[in-house]
Design a protein around this ligand. Structure first.
Ligand code: PG9
Length: 617
């Protein structure tokens, strides 16, 4: 320090050479920062304080607030880069908002990162599963209440958004909402963890849950599953059942994993926390735009299910958006996915042209009426971009039937028959090309558009293919599987894929030549064919009718392309293996229960297996 005394300049005191160079704590100096970033602890009604970061452009006045409630670290979310520019510290998806004077608020949900309290993975609403006085609905309410009273730069209006888990918390805020909550944009929300979002799909367990839970719910030690660098396919196969895996790798020490495994069927535990069911029982009072990716590999079920539960087109407050995205892809560069290229950055297009005007209308002071369509979807394949609609689905179900000789056609097969294959649980079909690395984002994010030629030649994968189309087939809605199938075992999984087969000759676009593009992939655990809450053994050799939905899509099968339906009985190691012998609980299946089975896929009169395509006239 320079010290001046009575006009005589003194030699500055020098830092002694042996001073400890470690600084205890230091608030980063940002002399040029174009923003204000405030960290606060917001008290909830039970006294628990939640860590919240409020970020806004310097000089903000009368700003709308956009809140995200997250288990993924509010501090990290608001410190993307060490920068003095607001658009650099916040996620890229916030840029359009803060450039226009929005106040961005990120909060750690209770019990995680810097928030106080208990972390309950999918904290159920107060009621039969939650006897406390707090849940995500009350926490959102209390947070909004505090924000409108304590952020003087705001105009007192709040919107809520977020993808996936934060999509789930955005939906929960709609239950008995705070009057200052004026709009919501839940993206890829986790809605029903058993039917079709993160933990199970139609009863088949997603083993990726273990790694997620072990990473997300460990305070010290623990963390990710030590897969090593080989092939996760081998790791899971060697372990045995998913239950054996959990016991061997210590996942059973994690309450979140135990809760999941203790409820293999669709019992009250799942039914009572299904957010679409919770919202369906209430009147929606907040304008809500539900968003999902057409190839959402984590939460494809939630957004369309909530749209339907809230009354769909009959409810003027609800909007649905389906983009050509992977899970949460809406918040990143949406120019491409796997081998597919789109018409520009579809993520940015949606955020800037649809989401922001929608929020502006309800959140800005004197917000302008936006031209928000009830439904906005992006037509992929031979389609040409964004399409507005009054209601979803747009198309009407038209069956495309499985045929003899691996054929597929819009007319039913004249004579009954069946195609067979042997499914061997010792050699399950991989869900992506091996070696499998479940944690590799480059593989995980686009896996739902992975070219299926990598398995099409396996004897346990059966394909039914149409003739080349002479005119385009445009589908917009949810393709429905209507499969008549039998197994020689007493339990079985059925995986059905709807595929767009690109022509082999495609010199203009060699990377997609001959591609088998999955338009939708879904799995169904056979034991639930007579009811999700009531698993039962299958009768060997007896045809059962399996009916289930594929993810919602807007896709155009172009002229010259072929439509394909592929069937197999495993999707490993993403989904645990079905032993193909009925056991009361598959988590406890023993090695001897895993048996090869002959699978019969039926077609023709009385057993007309088909996929109902939502064809746009
Ligand atoms: N799909 C993730 C998730 C949602 C809800 C619960 C647990 C996980 C996510 O991406 O947040």
């Amino acid at each position: 320090l320079l010290m001046a005394t009575a006009g005589t300049a003194q030699t500055p005191a020098l830092t002694p050479p042996m001073t400890n160079d470690m600084v205890e704590s230091y608030a980063v100096a940002r002399p040029q920062a174009d923003y204000v970033r405030r960290e606060v602890m917001i008290p909830m009604r039970d006294g628990t304080k939640l860590f919240t970061v409020i970020v806004m452009p310097k000089g903000t006045k009368d700003g709308p607030m956009l809140l995200t409630r997250t288990p993924y670290d509010a501090d990290k979310a608001t410190s993307r880069n060490r920068s003095q520019s607001i658009t650099e510290i916040l996620p890229i998806s916030d840029a359009e908002f803060v450039r226009d004077g929005y106040i961005r608020v990120y909060q750690d949900v209770r019990g995680i990162h810097r928030s106080q309290g208990d972390y309950v993975m999918n904290r159920p609403l107060r009621g039969p599963l939650n006897a406390t006085a707090v849940d995500h609905a009350t926490d959102a309410y209390d947070t909004i209440d505090w924000l409108v009273k304590n952020v003087p730069e705001s105009n007192g209006r709040v919107g809520i958004t977020g993808s996936s888990y934060p999509g789930f918390t955005a939906l929960m805020a709609l239950i008995d909402p705070h009057p200052a909550l004026k709009a919501a944009v839940p993206q890829s929300p986790m809605v029903d963890g058993w039917i079709g979002d993160d933990w199970y799909h139609n009863g088949a367990f997603r083993q990726s849950a273990f790694d997620y839970i072990m990473r997300q719910t460990t305070k010290k030690g623990g963390g990710a599953v030590p897969y090593g660098s080989g092939d996760d396919y081998d790791v899971y196969l060697a372990a045995g059942s998913a239950g054996d895996f959990a016991r061997a790798y210590g996942a059973d020490a994690f309450p979140a994993a135990r809760k999941m495994m203790e409820h293999p069927a669709y019992d009250a535990y799942w039914q009572e926390q299904a957010v679409d069911k919770l919202l369906g029982k209430r009147k929606l009072t907040v304008p809500t735009m539900l968003v999902v990716g057409q190839w959402d590999q984590e939460d494809s079920y939630g957004a369309p299910a909530v749209y339907e539960a809230l009354g769909g087109a009959k409810n003027p407050l609800v909007h649905l958006v389906i983009g050509p995205w992977r899970h949460s892809g809406v918040n990143y560069d949406g120019s491409s996915l796997g081998k597919l290229d789109f018409d520009g950055d579809t993520g940015l297009q949606f955020r800037a042209r649809t989401m922001k005007p929608f929020l502006d209308q309800y959140l800005k002071t004197g917000g302008k009426q936006a031209d928000t369509p009830p439904v906005l979807t992006y037509a992929t394949g031979g389609g040409d971009g964004w399409e507005r609609a009054r209601a979803w689905p747009v198309g009407k179900g038209k069956p495309i039937y499985l045929q003899a000789d691996n054929g597929l056609a819009f007319t039913p097969a004249a004579t009954a028959g069946a195609a067979t294959f042997v499914s061997d649980p010792a050699k399950p079909v991989p869900f992506v090309p091996r070696p499998v690395h479940l944690r590799d984002g480059e593989v995980w994010r686009p896996w739902l558009v992975a070219d299926q030629r990598f398995v099409a030649d396996r004897p346990d994968v059966i394909s039914f293919t149409s003739a080349p189309l002479d005119k385009a087939v445009h589908i917009a809605g949810q393709p429905m599987v209507d499969l008549f199938a039998a197994t020689s075992g007493t339990d079985s999984d059925w995986v059905v894929k709807l595929i767009d087969v690109y022509p082999d000759d495609a010199t203009a676009k060699p990377k997609t030549a001959g591609m088998q593009l999955p338009v939708g992939i879904e799995i169904y655990r056979g034991r639930y064919v007579h009811g999700f809450p009531t698993p039962a053994a299958l009768t060997p050799g007896k045809n059962e009718n399996y009916r289930f939905g594929l993810p919602h899509v807007n896709h155009v099968f172009a002229p010259g392309h072929r439509i394909m339906v592929q069937v197999q009985s495993s999707l490993f190691p993403l989904y645990d293996r079905n032993p193909q012998t009925f056991v009361p609980n598959i988590f406890d299946a023993k090695a001897a229960d895993y048996k090869p089975a002959t699978q019969r896929i039926a077609y023709g009169p009385g057993q007309a297996s088909a996929v109902w395509l939502p064809v746009v006239p």
